[in-house]
Design a protein around this ligand. Sequence first.
Ligand code: GCU
Length: 334
Amino acid sequence: GLYVFLYICAIVLVALILNQDIHAAEIPSSEKPKVLKLAHNLHQTHPVHLAFIAMRDKLNTLSEGRLKMKVYPAGQMGSSTEILQMLQIGALDMAKGSASDLETFESSFSLFNLPFLFEDEQHFDAVLNGEVGRTVMQKTRALGFFCMTSYVAGYRSFYAKKPIHTPADLKGMKVRVQVSPMNLEMVRLMGGSATSMSFGEVYTALQQGVVDVAENNESSWVETRHIEVTPYFSETRHLSLPDFLTVSTQSWNRLSPQEQIWLQEAADYSARLQRENWHKSTDEAREKALASGGKMITVDREAFRQSVTPLYEQFRSKDDQRELLEQTLLLKRA
Ligand code: GCU
């Protein structure tokens, strides 16, 4: 009796399992949400991270949950250079790269690494959102990824344990820059000694004196807590370089035309939102800085500007770069 009972139980169990399998197989694969992974190196309170979160939510709404995004912040997936390389081999769908990160992949991004290039924000916007920006953003296509949109990043200034007023103050100081030949040369011309390093290593490097100075916008200085170890923010405002949202060409090609439209729409939305909020987030970062012992230092900007003029000459020596620069300068008083 017991054996018959167990036998029946076993049959019922097998039937149940099979039935479940059949059900699972019945769900069309198109109903399963696709999940795109986006990685970047900024902290979770940084305005660019918040823009990616807005993008994720927008994409979910637009696609009614069929196309999703997962955001990996704070360098969890690797440095900027590493995640851009992952895009190339299709190991990651999306990444953030600054104009400096992208320079080593495609030299035309170095346009945005020319210090004191933009007259004002209007000029910056005209370049980035116009023909010049569009050209540069598509240039990496052959490398396996391209830029879907851009985010503003304000101005970069130097910060250290003591105030910096003139280029002479940089003498003998070790300055961290991004992984960019242009940035290295910039600091060299200003009189400092430059070291390239990924963003995630900067806090410890400043703390331990591996470098004395870093340069960034207010949000990155405050949100990544660099301010704790380097409270003097000397407002050179020497660079205004955007961040770009890059997507792997392999991932993009796997999306249906409808999904591509949703993704682009969500990206554009996040960029608009981030631009609208940028000033507010910079003001908030400055307030936070002052409240926690940060000091804003006025500098001799003209002296810094003068010191980097040879960088323009070097830049002009390549035909395609000269052309980009000329187009950029034409937009000054547009
Ligand atoms: C800024 C920029 C980042 C960049 C970082 C850096 O925060 O928005 O994209 O990675 O600077 O200095 O590395």
